[in-house]
Design a protein around this ligand. Sequence first.
Ligand code: UD1
Ligand code: CA
Length: 460
Amino acid sequence: MKPTVVILAAGLGTRMKSGLAKALHPLAGRPLLQHVLEAVSGLAAGKTVVVLGHQADRVRKIAEGYNAAIALQTEQLGTGHAVMQAQEVIAAAKGPVLILCADTPLLTTATLRSIVELHAASRAAVTVMTAVVQEPFGYGRVVRGKGGITRIIEEKDATTAQKKINEVNAGIYCFEQRFLLEALKSIKNTNAQGEYYLPDTITLARKKRLVVAGLVCGDPDEVMGVNTRVDLSRAEDIMRTRINRAWMLAGVTMLDPNATFIGSEVTLGSDCILYPNVRLEGKTAIGKGCTLFSGSRILDSTLGNDVTIKDCSVIEQASISDNASVGPFAHLRPGSVIGARARVGNFVEIKKSTIGEGSKANHLAYIGDATVGKDVNIGAGVITCNYDGFEKFPTIIEDGVFVGSDSQLVAPVRIGRGALIGAGSTITKNVPADALAISRSPQDLREGFAARRRKMKQKK
Ligand code: UD1
Ligand code: CA
């Protein structure tokens, strides 16, 4: 039977020392809660409900993205109390209830499946996932006695001897529905933290001589709980290793996988080469055979095949077609569309503009709100003056135009096909096709002036 899933995400996460609710802290570019929802989405689960409290609106948005229901816990009185807030959904459940925490982002679907399967096979009232760890500090310890697990004791309630136990509660449980509803009513908050502990349901099951099953997770990393920023950085490390390994196995070269940062939602084609300190974020999609040199950050952008991004470029919400080259030190801002074989070079900034096939802006330019055709050459230092302090205006540069260096194109303005703009011009009026426009002041020439001046200065 399909399990109903309850995810606990109401806590602030005091140990994070943060204004941001723990479930919202990003790991590999996506909130902790979302990682758990992803693992659940691979499972053929029934209804999923997220228990939220702190920063409920933001947490709700993430839950809704996965069609999960929500239950509000206005006061955080403990994990047992949190589950109680979802009792309506639990009461309506037709199968087992799988309970997870939002702060175990490294969980995989396979592990969730294995606890659901063991629970069904063992006919247990509750099946709890445990892990044997080197550093059990902070976790609930698993006390085993005759007939298996007898109870879970929290760090703050544990004796010195119990603190030495290195089998810990992973915070992942599968419950028989009726037992859970009953048990939740009977747990008390008489403990060091004054909270209603969900693991106390295990003691109850044993009292009632019901079966308590335990599943030791083979990979303790997978069930690690993120409680502090130190845990968060460890989780980031493990997640990065996982993501990078998968991409390398899919045919991507990384010169230093420890210094390559790829978000969970990024995709890459085969034969890409990633130099150290490349960051790929958001919904970035990279085609085949692209080379990304060091120090570049690419966010929510699409790259075609065989694109080269030279060192230290920042690319945000842009799209770059096949065989184009960007950088070094280029900035593509949102709405930049770079055509096939185009070149955007050193210290060039582009915003909300289309650069046509084979066009070049190789040095020190600002192109904003512009439509640039094919095979256009934009010289060094060219600027589109797109803003008058109040409004933005468009610049249109048609196919085959040559814009000489250090020119300013004062928008709105259109440069016709094949036109030539003389270097150093300030263009304020439309230029027809194939014309030359030049607005430089005429050059004054005085023969021998420099030599005479030198002589005069030297005499003094
Ligand atoms: C919990 C377990 C501990 C286990 C560990 C595994 C309890 C009492 N302890 O401890 O045995 O080893 O997880 O990682 O269950 N939450 C709410 N509402 C609340 C309290 C917590 O929604 O009132 C949520 C939190 O947002 C979090 C999860 O429950 O996602 C776990 O809470 P946390 O405070 O991190 O529990 P731990 O102390 O880690
Ligand atoms: Ca925790």
